[in-house]
Design a protein around this ligand. Structure first.
Ligand code: ATP
Length: 296
């Protein structure tokens, strides 16, 4: 399905809002001075992930402040906001990637299918398979295309034999929209692919270990517009099987791909709402200022 034929809003009205003169007051918004409780509904029915009162500290720096947010099943949630507002830090909480950072501590509660992911009994290796991650810069292993995909299922024991492993490799590459392009060169290094193909290889690698959620941290920032459009179309297809959380600096991208958008500012989650509403009728003054380019 192409971006144009998506069932959710495709972002046509953003520019209209961005054209508003910088001095024009935006009616019906809360003032920037009001308290920083999140505007909008942070919960959804039967969430895949439920975050409650999450705080993250780097030493004495309070980077994420008391954030509560649900991620629904088959939902794409975009996180937007100015540089340094805590989007990536919050994203990394969802599969405990912050555990790898020395002075980083996380408080609050994060549940995946009702299970506390920070509980002592949780093994982060299977957790990170269930909540996969795609990074800003494609990072294929220095191995063949085939091995990039086969490695995860092999170490997680997902295939009983070679034939099953091969089937996982093929299915994952098909789901990532890469199979037709590379089916005749599976032995070539993953690094020999173009940037956009490498990013889809990384998505296929995440898919191969049966994730429930895929986290994407600016997955298109190193890609050209055509490769970006391919990834965006792919996200639209993948959300029939997975929940997706994407951090993006591109409001147009958030508008095109996401069902809900969360606006972050200085470590706070300011507002969360259906994407169309955020970009056409934001409630909070800070959201409105960001959408209209007054802060950035
Ligand atoms: N490893 C780290 N050690 C110390 N402080 C950090 C670390 N990573 C991030 N920070 C700080 O935490 C805050 C939030 O950073 P984060 O990278 O999460 O923001 P962001 O919204 O994703 O920014 P950007 O859009 O620029 O990627 C910033 O003040 C940043 O300097």
């Amino acid at each position: 399905m192409s971006i144009a034929s998506r069932k959710h809003w495709s972002g046509q009205n953003i520019l209209q809002l961005q054209k508003a003169p910088a001095t024009e007051p935006v009616s019906g918004t809360l003032s920037a001075q009001s308290d920083q409780r999140t505007v909008g509904t942070v919960t959804v029915d039967d969430p895949r992930i439920r975050c409650t009162d999450v705080n993250v500290y780097y030493g004495s720096t309070h980077a994420v402040k008391n954030i509560s947010l649900d991620i629904g099943r088959n939902e794409i949630v975009a996180m937007i906001g100015p540089s340094g507002c805590g989007k990536s830090t919050f994203l990394r909480c969802l599969n405990r990637m912050n555990d790898t950072i020395d002075n980083c501590s996380v408080t609050g509660n994060i549940e995946l299918d009702g299970q506390d992911i920070n509980d002592n009994s949780i093994d982060v290796v299977p957790l990170r398979a269930r909540v996969g991650m795609v990074f800003q810069k494609p990072n294929p292993f220095p191995k063949s295309i085939y091995e990039n995909i086969a490695f995860g299922p092999r170490i997680h024991g997902l295939a009983r034999d070679k034939a099953e492993l091969e089937e996982i490799v093929i299915t994952s590459l098909q789901k990532a929209g890469l199979w037709k392009e590379i089916k005749d060169c599976l032995d070539q290094p993953g690094t020999s692919l173009s940037g956009g193909q490498q990013q889809r290889l990384c998505i296929a690698r995440a898919i191969a270990i049966n994730p429930e959620v895929i986290l994407m941290d600016e997955p298109c920032s190193a890609l050209d517009p055509i490769a970006t459009a391919v990834i965006e179309d792919l996200m639209n297809e993948l959300c029939t099987d997975y929940s997706i959380v994407i951090v993006t600096h591109s409001m147009q991208q958030a508008a095109r791909v996401s069902h809900r958008t969360a606006y972050f500012h200085l470590g706070n989650l300011i507002e969360v709402a259906k994407t169309e509403q955020i970009f056409t009728h934001p409630i909070h003054q800070l959201t409105s200022d960001y959408i209209t380019g007054r802060i950035g």
